[in-house]
Design a protein around this ligand. Structure first.
Ligand SMILES: [Zn+2]
Length: 407
């Protein structure tokens, strides 16, 4: 019996959990420009060629497999092939495997569409090695600003050095690729949230991706003896940070806004010394830029006030600011029609997580299809999808392409 498209995509993701496609055995870690990334691209290249695709690697390490059509336009289908540390098998990789499976199905039928299809496997969405996320999609969309090649990984290796080791020319990264006649970018991705499971649905049509701001906050107090410094004479940076964390939580109680302090470090970090220096992250997201910006301003004002009251110095740096991305309405309708044609119930939802589609929106209309994942868990080895759900996604993607071709 031949395997379903869903089962094949899932088994390929499962294969990629282990070395050489993971940096270590027993846990999946596949960071940008590592030997594991290289091995994954080599295997993908093999599959793409077997399906009659031509392949190339762009300056940002994105593997592109091209399946020719009868017309000049191109439809892009992609996601990322890199992972966080100790990751799940499906975040990103599943979207790449689904794109590949869809083309394999067309190739088996000897079917050519009025547009070429390019499958994109972005190498750096997560930013788990150099802390510059979405390098691949931002390069492709021509919106890569600054020079990420000087960024260092934890071993002190620069992105430029790693690129050379990978056979890439770091200087080429400042030269955006030709835009080309791109009609649309489609990304299938696990939901990374619990909504579809709660709705008892395998698939969701993404309406848009939340606006996001990431801040790096440093609070400067005065380290001093924990025994001899009276409470009224202290400048405790950690006590101020604790107030700031609760401020973020309070701001995020407003409709549609989510706020998180996910990293915090204390110096000197000794039990009998008053904390003199604290740095922490703030992540604020909202469906639209306006409420997100209002939340950021409220945080900055509140932080300034509490630091003034406590005699604490403060510095707030914007690490990343991502505009919200709205998915193409026509594409959403075509996805809904394809889901209905498979006997499913079209269901729309917004994405709180960032995706390559966000960056690609600067290049062309974008569409996203979410796949139910068990308990909404991601960035965790427990990440799980069923072959049946993934197969439904493959069928909907094929139906979507047919509808797009008929327009
Ligand atoms: Zn992802």
């Amino acid at each position: 019996m031949t395997q379903s498209l869903g089962a094949i995509a899932v088994s390929r993701c499962d294969l990629f959990k282990q070395p050489p496609y993971s940096e270590a055995a027993g846990a999946l870690t596949r960071r940008f420009l590592t030997p594991a990334h290289k091995a994954a691209l080599e295997r993908l290249t093999g599959w793409m060629r077997e399906a009659g695709m031509s392949t190339r690697l762009d300056a940002a390490g994105t593997l592109i497999g091209r399946y020719e059509g009868t017309g000049a336009a191109t439809v892009l289908i992609g996601s990322h092939i890199d992972s966080v540390r100790d990751a799940g098998a499906y975040d990103g990789a599943l979207g790449v495997m689904l794109g590949l499976g869809v083309v394999e199905d067309l190739a088996r039928q000897g079917k050519r569409l009025p547009f070429a299809i390019e499958i994109l496997a972005f190498g750096d969405e997560e930013g788990s090695r150099f802390h510059a996320s979405m390098t691949g999609s931002r390069y492709r969309a021509g919106t890569l600003t600054g020079d990420p090649t000087t960024l260092l990984d934890e071993d002190g290796i620069s992105m430029g050095e790693a690129m050379r080791g990978f056979g890439l020319d770091p200087a080429a990264l400042c030269q955006p690729p030709p835009r080309g006649d791109v009609r649309l970018y489609l990304e299938a991705h696990i939901e990374q949230g619990p909504v579809l499971q709660a709705e008892n649905l395998p698939l969701g049509i993404v309406t848009g991706i939340a606006a996001q701001t990431r801040l790096a906050v440093t609070l400067i107090g005065m380290a001093n003896h924990a025994g001899t410094t009276p409470m009224g004479l202290r400048r405790d940076a950690l006590a101020a940070a604790a107030e700031a964390v609760l401020l973020v939580e309070r701001i995020a109680t407003r409709e549609g806004i989510v706020g998180t302090v996910g990293a915090l470090s204390v110096a000197p970090g000794v039990g009998n010394v008053i904390p003199g220096l604290v740095s922490f992250s703030v992540d604020l997201r909202a469906p639209l830029a306006g409420p997100r910006d209002a939340a950021e301003q409220e945080f900055r004002d509140g932080l300034a006030a509490l630091c003034a009251r406590r005699g604490i110095g403060q510095e707030v740096k914007t690490v990343q600011q991502l505009a919200p991305c709205l998915c193409d309405e026509t594409a959403q309708r075509l996805l809904a029609e394809s889901i209905a044609a498979q006997g499913g119930r079209p269901f729309a939802l917004a994405s709180g997580a960032g995706h390559d589609a966000m960056s690609m929106a600067a290049l062309c209309p974008v569409a996203m299809l979410f796949i139910r994942c068990r308990d909404g868990v991601s960035h965790n080895p427990a990440e799980h999808v069923t072959p049946e759900d993934v197969d439904a996604a493959a069928r909907v993607m094929l139906g979507f392409l047919e509808r797009l071709a008929a327009r």
